[in-house]
Write a new protein. Structure first.
Length: 91
């Protein structure tokens, strides 16, 4: 059964957590963390929201954010998570 869609509000605060598939390791090397931060900076320029805190842990990530446009934040997260696969699959 699919999960219920999330309802995000504009100009609201959220604690976002995302994990590797099956809680697998996402960040294996220092370069993986740096690449992920570059992706955040790249996509954040396209979407309106503020990041107050983040924590990168080998198998998951925490964000404390304030949305500007809730729809734009959803698009940002989709782009970011789709790119995480490139981190996991890098040699």
């Amino acid at each position: 059964m699919p999960r219920t869609p999330r309802f995000l509000l504009s100009k609201s605060y959220y604690h976002i957590i995302t994990r590797g598939n099956n809680r697998s390791i996402v960040f294996k090397e220092q370069e993986d963390y740096l690449f992920f931060l570059e992706l955040i900076a790249k996509y954040k320029k396209e979407h309106l929201f503020d990041i107050y805190h983040y924590c990168l842990i080998p198998n998951h990530v925490h964000f404390l954010i304030k949305t500007g446009n809730a729809a734009g934040f959803s698009v940002f997260m989709k782009k970011l998570i789709n790119c995480v696969e490139s981190i996991v699959n890098r040699s």
